[in-house]
Design a protein around this ligand. Structure first.
Ligand code: RIB
Ligand code: CA
Length: 328
C-alpha cells in the first residue's frame, strides 16, 4: 500500500522547510510549491544569507508572488554562540539581490518556532534545512521528543567533504555560520542526509536560463531575473563562473526524483575552532554516521526548474504557482 513516505506515492509527501531566503532558497521554495509530489506543510525562516527580518519579508513576498498560503514560522534569529554574519556580498542587502521588495517589518515574539511548527503536524514529515541548522538545533534543545517523533527524514543543504569550501577554503556557509548547531544535529543521530558542495557545486544555472527570464514581460520573470542577476554577478566576480550555483534546489529535486543523487555513508565531525577549519565537515572514524550525497545527475534537475518554475514565471498573465502545472 503506497504511503506518503514512498517517493513514488500518489499521496503528496509532507514537507517542512527551514530556510534563509536567499536567492537559491527562493528557487527551491518555488520548485517545492510547484510540485504535486509535495505537501509543503510549513516554512520556518532563519538568519543566514540575510538577517531574519529580511528572510521573513522575503518568504512572505515569495508566497505572495506564488499566490500561495503556507504556514510561516521563525526558527533561528542568530547562531547558538557565534557572532551573526550574513552573506550580503552573495545575496545582497535584502537577501534577494536586485529584486524589488517591501521594507522588512519587525518580527513579533509570538511567531511560531520550528519545534512548534513540527509539533502541530498530524503526521511525520521530511524536514528540509536550506540554511544554517540553528533552528533544528534549538528545536532539539527545546523539544527533542517532538523532533524525533515528527521528523521522519532530514535533508540538509550543508557541508562539503571533498569539495572546496565556499566561505573558507575548507567550510561551506551553512556549516560555517553555526558549527555548534551542526555538531548538535549530527550527534542527535536523526535520519539526516547531507546534500553538500560535493554535489551542489554542479548545480549551475547557466546564462541561457537566466536570459530566458530577462526576455519575458512577465512581472514574476523579471523579479526572479533581478534576484538572479545579482547572484550571477557575485559568481562571476568570486568564482569566475558564467552562471550561478543554485545549491538549495538539489534537496527539493531529491524529493521529486529520488535517484537524482547518489549517497554514501560517512562518519563525520564538524570543525569547532575559530580558524579556517571552522565549520569544516570532515570524515572522522568516531564521527557521527550520516548519509552524504556524492554524485548528482543534473540532467534530471534542470527540466524541473525550467518546466515548473521558469514556465510559471514567464506566463504573460501572472497566476498562482500551481501543482497541476507540473509536466516533468
Ligand atoms: O553554501 C550554500 C548555502 O548557504 C545555501 O543554502 C545558500 O543559500 C546559503 O544558505
Ligand atoms: Ca540557503
Amino acid at each position: 500500500m503506497p504511503d506518503s513516505t514512498h517517493p513514488a506515492s500518489p499521496i503528496p509527501h509532507p514537507v517542512v522547510i527551514d530556510t534563509d531566503p536567499g536567492i537559491d532558497d527562493m528557487l527551491a521554495l518555488l520548485l517545492a510549491l510547484a510540485s504535486p509530489e509535495l505537501d509543503l506543510r510549513g516554512i520556518s525562516v532563519s538568519y543566514g544569507n540575510t538577517v531574519v527580518e529580511n528572510a521573513y519579508r522575503n518568504a512572505v513576498e515569495i508566497l505572495r508572488r506564488a499566490g500561495r498560503r503556507v504556514t510561516l514560522g521563525v526558527g533561528a534569529r542568530r547562531p547558538l554562540r557565534r557572532q551573526l554574519a550574513v552573506a550580503r556580498e552573495t545575496h545582497g542587502a535584502t537577501g534577494l539581490g536586485y529584486a524589488e521588495l517591501p521594507p522588512p517589518g519587525v518580527i513579533l515574539d509570538w511567531v511560531k518556532s520550528l519545534d512548534r511548527l513540527l509539533a502541530e503536524q498530524p503526521q511525520p514529515v521530511t524536514l528540509v534545512t536550506l540554511g544554517p541548522v540553528t533552528s533544528l538545533a534549538l528545536a532539539l534543545r527545546r523539544e527533542p521528543e517532538v523532533v524525533r517523533a515528527k521528523v521522519a527524514r532530514h535533508i540538509a543543504m550543508v557541508g562539503n567533504i571533498a569539495a572546496r569550501g565556499n566561505t573558507t577554503r575548507y567550510a561551506e556557509f551553512n556549516a560555517w555560520c553555526d558549527p555548534e548547531a551542526l555538531d548538535t544535529v549530527l550527534r542527535a543521530e536523526l535520519p539526516t542526509e547531507l546534500v553538500g558542495l560535493d554535489v551542489t557545486r554542479e548545480a549551475v544555472l547557466g546564462p541561457q536560463d537566466v536570459t530566458r527570464l530577462a526576455h519575458s514581460q512577465s512581472p514574476n520573470a523579471r523579479w526572479i531575473h533581478d534576484a538572479l542577476r545579482f547572484y550571477m554577478e557575485f559568481h562571476k566576480q568570486a568564482e569566475g563562473l558564467d552562471g550561478c550555483i543554485v545549491n538549495d534546489v538539489l534537496p527539493i529535486a531529491l524529493l521529486l526524483r529520488p535517484d537524482v543523487l547518489t549517497f554514501e555513508d560517512r562518519n563525520l565531525a564538524v570543525g569547532l575552532d575559530d580558524g579556517d577549519h571552522r565549520g569544516h565537515t570532515r570524515v572522522k572514524p568516531d564521527g557521527a554516521r550520516v548519509r552524504v550525497a556524492t554524485q548528482v545527475d543534473m540532467s534530471r534537475v534542470r527540466p524541473l526548474l525550467s518546466e515548473r518554475v521558469f514556465r510559471w514565471a514567464t506566463r504573460a498573465t501572472p497566476t498562482a504557482i500551481s501543482q497541476e502545472g507540473a509536466t516533468v
